[in-house]
Ligand binder design. Structure first.
Ligand SMILES: Cc1ncc(COP(=O)(O)O)c(C=O)c1O
Length: 375
Protein backbone atom coordinates (compact mmCIF):
# COMPACT_ATOMS: atom_id res chain seq x y z
CA UNK A 1 0.00 0.00 0.00
CA UNK A 2 1.26 3.47 -0.94
CA UNK A 3 2.03 5.43 2.22
CA UNK A 4 0.61 8.72 0.93
CA UNK A 5 -3.08 9.08 0.24
CA UNK A 6 -3.95 10.14 -3.30
CA UNK A 7 -6.62 12.54 -2.07
CA UNK A 8 -6.50 14.47 1.17
CA UNK A 9 -8.53 13.16 4.05
CA UNK A 10 -9.90 15.70 6.53
CA UNK A 11 -10.94 15.29 10.11
CA UNK A 12 -14.55 14.99 9.08
CA UNK A 13 -16.89 14.95 6.11
CA UNK A 14 -20.63 15.52 6.38
CA UNK A 15 -23.21 12.85 5.61
CA UNK A 16 -26.07 13.98 3.41
CA UNK A 17 -29.41 12.24 2.90
CA UNK A 18 -30.11 10.81 -0.60
CA UNK A 19 -30.68 13.76 -2.96
CA UNK A 20 -33.81 12.18 -4.50
CA UNK A 21 -35.48 11.95 -1.10
CA UNK A 22 -34.57 15.55 -0.33
CA UNK A 23 -35.93 16.92 -3.61
CA UNK A 24 -39.26 15.18 -2.89
CA UNK A 25 -39.54 17.17 0.34
CA UNK A 26 -38.33 20.36 -1.35
CA UNK A 27 -41.20 19.99 -3.84
CA UNK A 28 -43.63 20.03 -0.90
CA UNK A 29 -42.03 23.21 0.44
CA UNK A 30 -42.26 24.81 -3.02
CA UNK A 31 -45.94 23.81 -3.17
CA UNK A 32 -47.06 24.98 0.27
CA UNK A 33 -44.80 28.07 0.32
CA UNK A 34 -44.16 27.85 4.06
CA UNK A 35 -40.46 28.48 4.51
CA UNK A 36 -40.05 29.16 8.23
CA UNK A 37 -41.90 30.19 11.45
CA UNK A 38 -42.87 26.79 12.81
CA UNK A 39 -43.95 25.23 9.51
CA UNK A 40 -45.11 21.63 9.05
CA UNK A 41 -41.61 20.13 8.65
CA UNK A 42 -40.41 22.03 11.74
CA UNK A 43 -43.28 20.62 13.81
CA UNK A 44 -42.73 17.09 12.49
CA UNK A 45 -38.96 17.21 12.97
CA UNK A 46 -39.14 18.63 16.49
CA UNK A 47 -41.40 15.78 17.58
CA UNK A 48 -39.49 13.04 15.75
CA UNK A 49 -36.18 14.27 17.16
CA UNK A 50 -37.47 14.45 20.74
CA UNK A 51 -38.77 10.87 20.38
CA UNK A 52 -35.51 9.65 18.89
CA UNK A 53 -33.41 11.27 21.62
CA UNK A 54 -35.70 10.22 24.46
CA UNK A 55 -36.34 13.75 25.71
CA UNK A 56 -39.62 15.49 26.56
CA UNK A 57 -39.16 19.12 25.47
CA UNK A 58 -36.95 20.17 22.60
CA UNK A 59 -36.80 23.43 20.72
CA UNK A 60 -35.08 23.60 17.31
CA UNK A 61 -32.59 26.35 16.46
CA UNK A 62 -30.82 27.66 13.38
CA UNK A 63 -27.46 26.78 14.96
CA UNK A 64 -25.92 25.67 18.24
CA UNK A 65 -24.29 29.00 19.13
CA UNK A 66 -27.59 30.90 19.05
CA UNK A 67 -29.09 28.06 21.08
CA UNK A 68 -26.37 28.51 23.74
CA UNK A 69 -26.88 32.29 23.80
CA UNK A 70 -30.65 31.81 24.12
CA UNK A 71 -30.28 29.14 26.83
CA UNK A 72 -28.51 31.71 29.02
CA UNK A 73 -31.25 34.28 28.30
CA UNK A 74 -33.94 31.71 29.11
CA UNK A 75 -32.70 31.31 32.67
CA UNK A 76 -31.74 34.99 33.01
CA UNK A 77 -28.15 34.09 33.82
CA UNK A 78 -25.95 37.03 34.87
CA UNK A 79 -22.71 37.60 36.82
CA UNK A 80 -20.19 34.75 36.58
CA UNK A 81 -20.49 31.33 34.97
CA UNK A 82 -17.92 28.59 35.54
CA UNK A 83 -16.92 26.73 32.39
CA UNK A 84 -14.16 24.73 30.74
CA UNK A 85 -11.35 26.24 28.65
CA UNK A 86 -11.08 22.92 26.80
CA UNK A 87 -13.91 23.25 24.28
CA UNK A 88 -14.86 24.96 21.06
CA UNK A 89 -14.84 28.78 21.39
CA UNK A 90 -18.63 29.07 21.01
CA UNK A 91 -19.12 27.74 24.56
CA UNK A 92 -17.43 30.77 26.15
CA UNK A 93 -18.47 33.20 23.40
CA UNK A 94 -22.11 32.54 24.37
CA UNK A 95 -21.29 33.95 27.82
CA UNK A 96 -19.52 36.98 26.35
CA UNK A 97 -22.52 37.77 24.14
CA UNK A 98 -24.66 37.82 27.30
CA UNK A 99 -22.26 40.11 29.16
CA UNK A 100 -21.49 37.27 31.59
CA UNK A 101 -17.98 36.87 33.02
CA UNK A 102 -16.55 33.44 32.19
CA UNK A 103 -14.61 31.78 35.01
CA UNK A 104 -12.41 28.96 33.78
CA UNK A 105 -11.87 25.86 35.90
CA UNK A 106 -9.57 22.97 35.02
CA UNK A 107 -10.60 19.63 33.51
CA UNK A 108 -10.22 16.17 35.05
CA UNK A 109 -7.38 13.99 33.75
CA UNK A 110 -9.35 10.99 32.43
CA UNK A 111 -11.91 12.31 29.94
CA UNK A 112 -10.90 16.01 30.02
CA UNK A 113 -14.35 17.18 31.12
CA UNK A 114 -14.77 20.07 33.55
CA UNK A 115 -13.64 18.91 37.02
CA UNK A 116 -16.49 19.32 39.57
CA UNK A 117 -14.06 19.82 42.46
CA UNK A 118 -12.29 22.65 40.60
CA UNK A 119 -15.72 24.15 39.86
CA UNK A 120 -16.71 24.07 43.51
CA UNK A 121 -13.46 25.83 44.45
CA UNK A 122 -14.14 28.60 41.88
CA UNK A 123 -17.63 29.55 43.15
CA UNK A 124 -18.02 33.18 44.33
CA UNK A 125 -21.10 35.20 45.38
CA UNK A 126 -21.38 36.30 41.71
CA UNK A 127 -21.59 32.75 40.36
CA UNK A 128 -25.01 31.97 38.93
CA UNK A 129 -24.45 28.90 36.76
CA UNK A 130 -22.11 26.13 35.63
CA UNK A 131 -21.64 25.35 31.94
CA UNK A 132 -19.88 22.01 31.40
CA UNK A 133 -19.37 20.30 28.03
CA UNK A 134 -19.61 16.55 27.36
CA UNK A 135 -16.36 16.76 25.49
CA UNK A 136 -15.91 14.33 22.54
CA UNK A 137 -19.24 12.78 23.62
CA UNK A 138 -17.88 11.48 26.95
CA UNK A 139 -20.37 12.20 29.76
CA UNK A 140 -19.53 14.72 32.47
CA UNK A 141 -19.88 13.77 36.13
CA UNK A 142 -23.60 14.60 36.03
CA UNK A 143 -24.44 13.52 39.60
CA UNK A 144 -21.69 15.60 41.17
CA UNK A 145 -22.52 18.67 39.06
CA UNK A 146 -26.19 18.42 40.08
CA UNK A 147 -25.18 18.08 43.72
CA UNK A 148 -22.99 21.23 43.50
CA UNK A 149 -25.72 23.14 41.64
CA UNK A 150 -28.29 22.14 44.29
CA UNK A 151 -26.01 22.95 47.22
CA UNK A 152 -25.05 26.42 45.98
CA UNK A 153 -28.31 27.29 44.22
CA UNK A 154 -26.74 27.42 40.76
CA UNK A 155 -28.16 26.69 37.32
CA UNK A 156 -26.65 23.93 35.23
CA UNK A 157 -26.51 24.30 31.45
CA UNK A 158 -24.76 21.60 29.45
CA UNK A 159 -23.11 22.32 26.14
CA UNK A 160 -24.05 18.95 24.63
CA UNK A 161 -22.83 19.77 21.10
CA UNK A 162 -20.82 16.50 21.03
CA UNK A 163 -23.45 14.41 22.78
CA UNK A 164 -26.18 13.81 20.19
CA UNK A 165 -27.89 10.49 21.07
CA UNK A 166 -25.59 9.84 24.03
CA UNK A 167 -27.18 7.65 26.70
CA UNK A 168 -26.03 6.60 30.16
CA UNK A 169 -27.66 3.41 31.49
CA UNK A 170 -30.39 3.83 28.87
CA UNK A 171 -31.23 7.44 29.82
CA UNK A 172 -30.48 10.36 27.52
CA UNK A 173 -27.66 12.51 28.86
CA UNK A 174 -29.69 15.48 27.62
CA UNK A 175 -32.22 15.03 30.42
CA UNK A 176 -29.74 16.15 33.08
CA UNK A 177 -29.23 19.70 34.36
CA UNK A 178 -31.60 22.60 33.67
CA UNK A 179 -30.90 22.82 29.94
CA UNK A 180 -28.82 20.98 27.35
CA UNK A 181 -27.79 22.46 24.04
CA UNK A 182 -27.10 20.51 20.83
CA UNK A 183 -25.38 21.51 17.59
CA UNK A 184 -26.30 20.03 14.20
CA UNK A 185 -23.46 21.74 12.36
CA UNK A 186 -22.21 19.97 9.21
CA UNK A 187 -19.24 18.56 11.18
CA UNK A 188 -21.38 16.87 13.83
CA UNK A 189 -22.55 13.23 14.13
CA UNK A 190 -26.03 14.42 13.16
CA UNK A 191 -26.27 17.45 10.89
CA UNK A 192 -28.98 19.70 9.46
CA UNK A 193 -26.30 21.68 7.53
CA UNK A 194 -26.41 24.27 10.33
CA UNK A 195 -28.72 23.74 13.27
CA UNK A 196 -29.13 23.18 16.96
CA UNK A 197 -31.59 22.62 19.79
CA UNK A 198 -32.26 23.32 23.44
CA UNK A 199 -33.61 20.50 25.59
CA UNK A 200 -35.51 21.41 28.75
CA UNK A 201 -37.58 19.62 31.38
CA UNK A 202 -40.95 21.39 31.33
CA UNK A 203 -43.48 22.94 29.00
CA UNK A 204 -43.26 26.48 30.42
CA UNK A 205 -39.53 26.64 29.82
CA UNK A 206 -39.99 25.37 26.28
CA UNK A 207 -42.53 28.10 25.71
CA UNK A 208 -40.11 30.77 26.93
CA UNK A 209 -37.38 29.37 24.67
CA UNK A 210 -39.77 29.38 21.70
CA UNK A 211 -40.67 33.03 22.36
CA UNK A 212 -37.04 34.05 22.74
CA UNK A 213 -35.91 32.41 19.49
CA UNK A 214 -38.60 34.38 17.62
CA UNK A 215 -37.80 37.97 18.69
CA UNK A 216 -39.70 37.48 21.98
CA UNK A 217 -43.11 37.30 20.29
CA UNK A 218 -45.73 35.57 22.46
CA UNK A 219 -48.56 36.56 20.11
CA UNK A 220 -49.21 39.08 17.36
CA UNK A 221 -48.87 42.12 19.62
CA UNK A 222 -46.99 40.88 22.69
CA UNK A 223 -43.19 40.88 22.88
CA UNK A 224 -42.07 39.45 26.24
CA UNK A 225 -38.31 40.11 25.97
CA UNK A 226 -35.61 41.26 23.53
CA UNK A 227 -35.55 37.90 21.80
CA UNK A 228 -33.39 36.97 18.85
CA UNK A 229 -34.03 35.41 15.47
CA UNK A 230 -32.74 31.86 15.85
CA UNK A 231 -35.48 29.81 14.21
CA UNK A 232 -34.73 26.69 12.18
CA UNK A 233 -36.18 26.99 8.66
CA UNK A 234 -38.25 24.42 6.74
CA UNK A 235 -35.42 23.36 4.43
CA UNK A 236 -33.19 22.48 7.40
CA UNK A 237 -36.09 20.71 9.14
CA UNK A 238 -36.98 18.63 6.06
CA UNK A 239 -33.31 17.66 5.68
CA UNK A 240 -33.24 16.75 9.39
CA UNK A 241 -36.27 14.47 9.08
CA UNK A 242 -34.42 12.47 6.41
CA UNK A 243 -31.20 12.39 8.41
CA UNK A 244 -33.01 10.70 11.29
CA UNK A 245 -33.72 7.67 9.07
CA UNK A 246 -29.98 7.06 8.61
CA UNK A 247 -28.44 8.11 11.90
CA UNK A 248 -28.28 4.67 13.54
CA UNK A 249 -26.43 3.07 10.64
CA UNK A 250 -24.08 6.07 10.46
CA UNK A 251 -23.22 5.77 14.17
CA UNK A 252 -22.64 2.06 13.72
CA UNK A 253 -20.15 2.77 10.88
CA UNK A 254 -18.37 5.25 13.17
CA UNK A 255 -18.19 2.51 15.84
CA UNK A 256 -16.47 0.13 13.38
CA UNK A 257 -13.91 2.77 12.40
CA UNK A 258 -13.12 3.61 16.02
CA UNK A 259 -12.68 -0.10 16.80
CA UNK A 260 -10.25 -0.42 13.89
CA UNK A 261 -8.27 2.64 15.06
CA UNK A 262 -8.10 1.32 18.61
CA UNK A 263 -6.95 -2.16 17.51
CA UNK A 264 -4.17 -0.65 15.40
CA UNK A 265 -3.00 1.93 17.96
CA UNK A 266 -3.36 0.02 21.21
CA UNK A 267 0.26 -1.02 21.55
CA UNK A 268 2.07 2.12 20.45
CA UNK A 269 3.93 3.48 23.45
CA UNK A 270 3.11 7.16 24.03
CA UNK A 271 -0.15 7.19 22.03
CA UNK A 272 -3.21 7.27 24.27
CA UNK A 273 -6.88 7.27 23.30
CA UNK A 274 -10.24 6.99 25.05
CA UNK A 275 -12.03 3.65 25.41
CA UNK A 276 -15.75 3.00 25.74
CA UNK A 277 -17.32 3.30 29.19
CA UNK A 278 -19.59 0.51 30.45
CA UNK A 279 -23.25 1.57 30.50
CA UNK A 280 -22.68 4.39 27.99
CA UNK A 281 -24.10 4.29 24.43
CA UNK A 282 -21.27 6.03 22.65
CA UNK A 283 -21.90 7.91 19.42
CA UNK A 284 -18.25 8.36 18.37
CA UNK A 285 -18.29 12.08 17.65
CA UNK A 286 -14.49 12.30 17.50
CA UNK A 287 -11.44 10.07 17.74
CA UNK A 288 -8.86 12.06 19.73
CA UNK A 289 -5.39 10.64 20.33
CA UNK A 290 -2.98 12.08 22.89
CA UNK A 291 0.76 12.13 22.12
CA UNK A 292 3.04 11.77 25.16
CA UNK A 293 6.33 13.20 23.94
CA UNK A 294 8.58 11.36 26.45
CA UNK A 295 7.29 7.92 25.48
CA UNK A 296 6.51 8.46 21.80
CA UNK A 297 9.74 10.30 21.10
CA UNK A 298 8.04 13.00 19.00
CA UNK A 299 5.86 15.95 19.84
CA UNK A 300 2.20 16.23 18.95
CA UNK A 301 2.99 18.97 16.44
CA UNK A 302 5.69 16.86 14.76
CA UNK A 303 3.20 14.02 14.33
CA UNK A 304 0.50 16.43 13.15
CA UNK A 305 2.85 17.78 10.44
CA UNK A 306 3.98 14.27 9.49
CA UNK A 307 0.37 13.17 8.99
CA UNK A 308 -0.15 16.16 6.71
CA UNK A 309 2.76 14.95 4.56
CA UNK A 310 0.71 11.78 4.02
CA UNK A 311 -2.38 13.83 3.10
CA UNK A 312 -4.02 13.16 6.46
CA UNK A 313 -5.44 16.32 7.98
CA UNK A 314 -6.34 15.78 11.62
CA UNK A 315 -7.33 18.72 13.85
CA UNK A 316 -5.84 19.84 17.11
CA UNK A 317 -9.20 19.99 18.89
CA UNK A 318 -8.94 21.81 21.33
CA UNK A 319 -5.85 23.91 20.89
CA UNK A 320 -5.26 26.67 21.79
CA UNK A 321 -7.39 26.67 24.92
CA UNK A 322 -10.27 29.18 24.84
CA UNK A 323 -8.62 30.90 27.82
CA UNK A 324 -5.63 31.79 25.61
CA UNK A 325 -7.58 33.87 23.08
CA UNK A 326 -7.22 37.69 23.38
CA UNK A 327 -10.82 38.19 24.60
CA UNK A 328 -10.28 35.95 27.62
CA UNK A 329 -6.56 35.74 28.39
CA UNK A 330 -6.64 38.74 30.76
CA UNK A 331 -8.99 36.94 33.17
CA UNK A 332 -7.42 35.71 36.41
CA UNK A 333 -8.96 32.27 35.87
CA UNK A 334 -7.36 32.07 32.39
CA UNK A 335 -3.81 31.77 33.76
CA UNK A 336 -2.10 28.52 32.77
CA UNK A 337 -1.23 27.81 36.47
CA UNK A 338 -4.99 27.61 37.13
CA UNK A 339 -5.45 25.14 34.27
CA UNK A 340 -2.54 22.65 34.35
CA UNK A 341 -4.39 19.62 32.99
CA UNK A 342 -6.20 21.49 30.22
CA UNK A 343 -2.94 23.24 29.29
CA UNK A 344 -1.15 19.88 28.99
CA UNK A 345 -3.84 18.04 27.03
CA UNK A 346 -4.19 20.94 24.57
CA UNK A 347 -0.56 20.28 23.60
CA UNK A 348 -1.04 16.51 23.23
CA UNK A 349 -4.27 16.09 21.28
CA UNK A 350 -4.93 15.34 17.63
CA UNK A 351 -8.40 14.32 16.44
CA UNK A 352 -7.92 11.78 13.66
CA UNK A 353 -10.26 11.65 10.64
CA UNK A 354 -13.57 10.05 11.57
CA UNK A 355 -16.69 9.88 9.43
CA UNK A 356 -18.88 7.01 8.23
CA UNK A 357 -17.58 6.87 4.64
CA UNK A 358 -13.89 7.02 5.62
CA UNK A 359 -12.23 4.10 3.85
CA UNK A 360 -10.09 1.42 5.45
CA UNK A 361 -6.97 2.32 3.42
CA UNK A 362 -7.04 5.86 4.80
CA UNK A 363 -7.31 4.56 8.35
CA UNK A 364 -4.55 2.01 7.78
CA UNK A 365 -2.21 4.64 6.31
CA UNK A 366 -2.99 6.91 9.26
CA UNK A 367 -2.16 4.26 11.84
CA UNK A 368 0.92 3.05 9.89
CA UNK A 369 2.19 6.63 9.78
CA UNK A 370 1.73 7.00 13.53
CA UNK A 371 3.53 3.68 14.13
CA UNK A 372 6.41 4.35 11.73
CA UNK A 373 7.01 7.91 12.93
CA UNK A 374 7.66 6.87 16.54
CA UNK A 375 11.02 8.27 17.69
C1 LIG B 1 -18.63 22.21 22.07
C2 LIG B 1 -19.31 23.05 21.03
N1 LIG B 1 -20.12 24.04 21.42
C3 LIG B 1 -20.78 24.80 20.55
C4 LIG B 1 -20.62 24.64 19.18
C5 LIG B 1 -21.31 25.59 18.25
O1 LIG B 1 -22.30 25.01 17.49
P1 LIG B 1 -22.70 25.63 16.06
O2 LIG B 1 -21.54 25.44 15.14
O3 LIG B 1 -23.90 24.81 15.66
O4 LIG B 1 -23.04 27.06 16.25
C6 LIG B 1 -19.77 23.60 18.71
C7 LIG B 1 -19.56 23.27 17.30
O5 LIG B 1 -19.54 23.96 16.36
C8 LIG B 1 -19.09 22.81 19.67
O6 LIG B 1 -18.25 21.84 19.27
Amino acid sequence: MNDKLKNPVFVTQPDLPPLGEFTELLKQIWDNKILTNNGPFHTQFEKALADYLGVKYLSLFSNGTLALITALQTLRITGEVITSPYSFVATTHSLWWNNIKPVFADVEPTYFNLDPEKVEAAITPQTTAIMPIHIYGYPCNIERFQQIADTYGLRLIYDAAHAFGLKVNGESILNFGDLSVLSFHATKVFNTIEGGAIICNDEKTKQRIDYLKNFGFADETTVIAPGINAKMNEVQAAYGILQLNYIDSLISKRRDIVKFYRDQLRNIDGIKFLDDITGVNHVYSYFPIFVEKEKYGRTRDELYEELKQHNIFGRRYFYPLISQFPTYRGLVSAKAENLPIASKVALEVICLPLYPSLNKDAIQITTNTILNFKG
